[in-house]
Design a protein around this ligand. Structure first.
Ligand code: HEC
Length: 213
């Protein structure tokens, strides 16, 4: 009997404790991070929330002056109403993302210095492009957790011919080097830090040791 009461008390304590814990809001770090992980989150948040200028590396071609300018709703890291421009040239059977001519993201803005020097407001799409596409800005919450999912788990869901008859034919995408992709609308880029390096370059014209252009 005493044991039974003890158990009920323990359960109630747990419920009361859970009720006292602050609920996780969009953009919050997940609970239970180590000190190092929390410090890494805080450093990343400072960069994500920064507004860049030409003096701090913006441009000369860019789409916006900060990650949080696009990923912003309901807080930084969320969705956004900005739409970016992609272009490619189709040479059957493959699609050339025009990387050597500024692709695959074409920047819609230029710094005053570039405008003064060459007179362009945005990056010109080369005339050999055969297709243009627009991409809306997605939410980023939880993408750090997606980064932790093992490749083997993603691949275990592959079912290209819908052999299990559930109406879903999962086809994993692969990066150019063969690794399974997961980030971007076409799940092309394998790791979150690789996508972020690319976003600095493609969206803000900011190079990094990983992406020098
Ligand atoms: C001009 C608006 C814009 C800016 C600025 C921007 N992004 Fe994005 N972001 C997008 C769009 C559009 C996509 C979807 C791209 C796609 O599907 O290929 C995206 C996708 C992403 C993704 C992939 C999400 C997923 O679910 O796969 C990550 C991660 C990301 N952005 C991080 C960043 C970071 C970090 C920065 C700052 C360095 C940044 N973005 C700046 C518009 C922007």
């Amino acid at each position: 009997m005493i044991r039974g009461r003890g158990l009920v008390g323990a359960v109630l304590l747990c419920v009361a404790f859970a009720a006292c814990q602050k609920p996780v809001k969009p953009g919050d770090p997940v609970p239970g991070l180590t000190k190092d992980q929390r410090a890494s989150f805080d450093r990343g948040q400072v960069v994500f929330d920064s507004t860049f200028t030409p003096a701090t590396g913006l441009g000369p071609l860019f789409n916006a002056d900060g990650c949080g300018e696009c990923h912003e709703d309901p807080v930084k890291g969320g969705v956004g109403d900005e739409v970016e421009l992609h272009a490619a040239a189709f040479h059957s059977p493959v699609c050339d993302p025009l990387a050597g001519q500024g692709g695959f993201v074409f920047q819609l803005k230029s710094t005053p210095a570039l405008k003064a020097a060459v007179g362009i407001d945005s990056e010109p799409v080369p005339p050999n492009a055969t297709a243009r596409a627009l991409r809306t800005t997605p939410v980023l919450f939880g993408r750090g957790l997606l980064d932790l999912v093992p490749d083997s788990l993603i691949l275990s869901y592959a079912d290209p011919d819908d052999r299990n008859g559930d109406g879903i034919s999962g086809r994993p995408n692969h990066f150019v080097d063969g690794r399974p992709g997961r980030f971007g609308r076409k799940a092309f880029v394998p790791r979150l830090d690789e996508f972020n390096d690319g976003a600095f370059s493609a969206e803000q014209g900011i190079s990094s040791p990983a992406v020098l252009t």
